[in-house]
Write a protein that binds this ligand. Sequence first.
Ligand SMILES: [Zn+2]
Length: 293
Amino acid sequence: MKLADAADRVRELPVRVPLVHAETVDSYLRRLAAANHLPLHDLRAYLAGPSQYAKNKPPRPERLAAMTSHPVDRICTTLTGIDPPLRGKQQSSDTHVACSHCAARRGISMPVVCWSSHQWACLKHNRWVRTQRIDEQYDISRLPEVARAQRQHNRLVKRYELKAVSRAIGDSERILLRWTERGEWPEQRQRRLNTYFDVEHQRIPVHDSVITMVNYPEIVRLSGLLVSPFWSTLATSDDPKQVDVFHQEVRARLHIPYEPTTTFCPLRRWREVTAAERRHMKLRNNSGTSLTE
Ligand SMILES: [Zn+2]
């Protein structure tokens, strides 16, 4: 099948493929090629345009619009990585597969790879979606606290700047993962694993996605503290009494007997790094002020 005519006008493909919010352009092109029985590399080459018929060139939005009959502005606002294009590392580093039940309702059977958003669980279908694989989209109906954590996560996104929430969630995920690796505060995590998996008859697939799922309620609760200007100021204070108030809040919100007992404690490390960053910012701002005076 010829994808463009002699004047290089791109032709509309016979099978229309629906757009999915935040889907990576790479994932969309795979679905588009499969639905229209086209070799993916041919499709990519035509979408890059005649001057760039080469590997790994980004598709041009107006050519994709002409081929799919979706409006160009809708393509640019819906797909991730088309305008501006994602760099190679970004393409694979922080993505997840969209809820397969949501996709099926739209008639999509292939995996839909999305740029990682703040949706870690599908509340419509009670499924965990913070994973790269459909077979790891666990039913969370037996873990109501995971669905509650997603609602709380949504409230953080509404309340604070998106960049700040992303950072707090990322920091909290790393802190909880370090605690898990060190076997610290295991009760809730283990209870959720036991509730979810039949430990008598089924091997527990302990990998990052499952660990993140059973830690998710604490990840979101800790994020609520790290992103809060009030609590993060206490956490990074030079006054040990203020730091202690922060630690009490950590114990109360996460329901763990937290104590910063060792120098390797990841939360202690977060406090030290964040305090150093804040001192640096203050110095920079002060020197900037004196220069303009
Ligand atoms: Zn869903």
